[in-house]
Design a protein around this ligand. Structure first.
Ligand SMILES: [Zn+2]
Ligand SMILES: [Zn+2]
Length: 362
């Protein structure tokens, strides 16, 4: 690692920086934004190298996200270099390659003290007005949100640790283990990572389902899905039950924002099966067959973000190559093309799954 470059002055530390700014619904523009500065002794100033476009940010772009709303600097799937550190920072120094857990929590509530920081009622999320995100060239972050990016991982791979951590989180809560049957409804970026994590835990069959052929193909070829199905399909539940051996599926992950998938998940789940809700941002009610849930003793489980142990596990999966994180990174664009990147992430045209934005050479 070349410490001297990151610390050199060719990146002038003026007070403005490049940023792709979500000005209004559907419109990302390049601006010169105010550069953030270290505000307390535990903070770290980081120069962003890469940032992934998350499904939640596609919602923000369309104006359909509950709290990510324009005008805002989005971006929470980031990797970069430490530029400077506050006085009390002890584990990082200028030039370190880092990633950030995008949850700035209070550290004091019962959830934080128990380690369930994802449930902290007063947490700030990176990429919102209260904590401007990594579509800007610099961010600040408290030390306890920052992690070292291992040398064996590129910045792009670093940007994929957050979606991989989401997959680790839901797989952990679902108790995925060897020989469990798994259906992943929606196998784009987070869904693709769920396929990879479930296979790493030895689950089988692991069936990847999507509306896009390229998503299920990557899930099969690079992330280990044992079977794939394309939707819409009236017979989805029947086909899934057959693939799982006739009794139904142990674990259903709903990783696409379509409430009908939860309805179908209830149909295809085995007795005592679990339905894990991952990427549902809709506020509309779900249409569930109550007696099916009761009769089969199903569990329907919500999931929000990640915990520190999930991030550690995700880094280990990426470093060991047990999960091929690169599989979902289909496009890398310079930050100046954020608008085009967002449109591609939204339409999934041109074989797109995860679009990464870059502030320069990786
Ligand atoms: Zn994300
Ligand atoms: Zn808290």
């Amino acid at each position: 690692m070349d410490h001297t470059h990151a610390a050199s002055t060719d990146d002038k530390l003026g007070d403005s920086m490049r940023a792709a700014f979500l000005e209004t619904e559907g419109r990302l523009v390049m601006i010169n934004a105010q550069m953030p500065t270290i505000q307390s002794s535990d903070q770290i100033l980081i120069k962003v190298k890469t940032v992934g476009i998350c499904g939640s940010e596609v919602h923000a772009f369309r104006g359909s996200h509950p709290f990510r709303k324009a005008p805002v600097i989005l971006g929470h799937e980031m990797a970069g270099d430490v530029v400077s550190v506050g006085k009390s920072v002890s584990n990082f120094r200028t030039g370190d390659r880092v990633i950030v857990d995008p949850q700035w929590t209070c550290g004091e509530c019962a959830y934080c003290r128990a380690g369930d920081i994802n449930l902290c009622p007063s947490k700030r999320m990176l990429g919102t007005p209260s904590w401007p995100g990594a579509f800007g060239e610099y961010i600040t972050a408290p030390e306890n949100t920052v992690l070292h990016l291992p040398d064996s991982l590129s910045y792009t791979q670093g940007s994929l640790i957050e979606p991989l951590s989401v997959a680790v989180h839901v797989a952990r809560r679902a108790n995925v283990s060897a020989n469990k049957s798994v259906a992943v409804l929606g196998s784009g970026s987070v869904g693709g990572m769920i396929v990879g994590v479930c296979r790493a835990y030895g689950a089988q069959p692991v069936v990847a389902v999507d509306i896009h052929e390229h998503c299920v193909e990557i899930a099969r070829k690079r992330l280990g899905a044992t079977h794939t199905l394309l939707v819409p399909d009236q017979k989805l539940a029947d086909r899934m039950i057959d693939l799982a051996g006739g009794e139904g599926v142990d674990i259903v992950f709903v990783a696409a924002d379509d409430p009908i998938l939860v309805t179908q998940g209830v149909e295809m789940a085995k007795r005592r099966g679990r339905i894990m809700l991952v990427a549902l941002l809709t506020s509309s009610p779900l249409n569930l067959a109550a007696y099916e849930i009761l009769k089969k003793e199903l569990e329907i489980v919500g999931n929000m973000s990640i915990n520190p142990e999930d991030v550690q596990r995700a880094i280990a999966f990426a470093v060991s190559r047990q999960v091929d994180v690169n599989a979902i990174a289909t496009h890398v664009f310079p930050i100046e093309e954020a608008q085009r990147g967002m449109e591609l992430a939204s339409t999934k045209d041109d074989g797109a799954i995860k679009v990464i934005l870059s502030f320069g050479s990786d």
